[in-house]
Write a protein that binds this ligand. Sequence first.
Ligand code: B12
Length: 214
Amino acid sequence: MNNKERIDTLKQSIIYGETQKALDGFQKLLKSNISIKQIFTEVIAKAAEKIGELYQSGEFFLPDMLIAADIMKHIMKILKPKLKEDLNKKFKGTILIGTVEGDIHEIGKSLVIALLEGQGFEVIDLGVDVSPKVFIEKAKEVNPKVIGLSGLLTMSISKMVETVNLLKRENLSSKIIVGGGILSKESCDIIGADDYAKDGWEGIQKILKMMESV
Ligand code: B12
């Protein structure tokens, strides 16, 4: 197998959720003369892009996306320290993300994080049940370009309102995006966030645009 075939095989096994095959293929690529940067740009970023397209076109469903995102997360864990130097050179900015206070749903947030990391963003995950105070303290400390609030419960909307109000009071330059099953454009307007994403892929597209405008 030549390098191009190795890259294509790994990409396909990530996209189609063949976990063991993907992890084996990744280890083989690490031992080859293919650079870490190439693995990142030609495998991970391309696979993330393709998964998003398949999901948007209705060929992929959530479980397909979740399995693929999990494989990418595994690979990124090993790749990230090796990539650090390259990533720092073309640093796109930090994203702070968490599920708001009172809400412990984390699957959607983890998926968004895996997709963002697959694209080479630096993501700080505050976890779940994150109080407005913790969002504000961390935002002041790291000055993220984008802050992502996740929430799946109806009551999470009022927590988002509270968090966004406090963040705005701090006059931070960060853009705020909200996401999670119950949200809509209308609730986003009520919350006062800059934008809303209905799913992870739309979130990535919107965050990319936000990054350009900050
Ligand atoms: C799994 C689940 C749980 C699990 C969570 C496990 C975990 N570790 O996350 C458990 C069992 C713990 C749970 C608990 C509860 N749950 Co629950 N849960 C669900 C369920 C079935 C799936 C949620 C899910 O993971 N979806 C898949 C992910 C991928 O979708 P997603 O989160 O929407 O994320 C996508 C987008 O929204 C977006 N996105 C999400 N976050 C973000 C953030 C940003 C920044 C961006 C850009 C995008 C983005 O991208 C993601 C990927 O595409 C839903 C029903 C449903 N079908 O949604 C109910 C649901 C959300 N739960 C519900 C409820 C009521 C509860 C409980 C109160 C139940 C109870 N009585 O104990 C508790 C609440 C606990 C708490 N305090 O949070 C209700 C909420 C109703 C409401 N409107 O308030 C739902 C809708 C079920 C229902 N129909 O009644 N739950």
